[in-house]
Design a protein. Structure first.
Length: 114
């Protein structure tokens, strides 16, 4: 069996995390190394390795993740705006092979991203 990712360990409560939202399909927690005043990670409970690994079977959970973004933003009063980032693959900087959306807020962000 493949070794659990750090995010799977958070889902399974084997390591602690600052969890801000949870439901049947997803978990939202604070990034351990925040890159903005608010830096959340939104992950599916299903261990999908990356955005590129989504299949038709994941349609509902993928839709749920996206629909959760504005709800989380509203819950945390991110009224001034927020940025959603999904690093997919090595060259994009994906370090944890479990699909996740970064939700960043609380400062201005440059474009293009680094
Ligand atoms: P990636 O580079 O794969 O897009 O993002 C992975 C993110 O997971 C990074 O921002 C990193 O700081 C965060 N991270 C890695 N390990 C942990 C952990 O144990 N706890 C939490 N809360 N975040 C983590």
């Amino acid at each position: 069996m493949a070794e659990k990712t750090v995010f799977q360990k958070i889902i399974d409560r084997e390591i602690p995390a600052s969890i801000v939202y949870e439901d049947e399909h997803c978990l939202v927690f604070r990034d351990i190394d925040p890159q903005a005043p608010t830096h959340l990670l939104l992950i599916p409970k299903k261990p999908i390795p990356s955005l590129a690994a989504l299949t038709a079977e994941d349609r509902a959970v993928a839709g749920h993740l996206l629909m959760m973004v504005p709800r989380i933003a509203q819950q945390l009063n991110l009224d001034a705006g927020f940025r959603v980032v999904c690093n997919c693959g090595e060259q994009a900087g994906q370090a944890v092979p479990h699909l996740h959306l970064h939700i960043l807020a609380g400062r201005a962000f440059g474009w293009p991203p680094g």
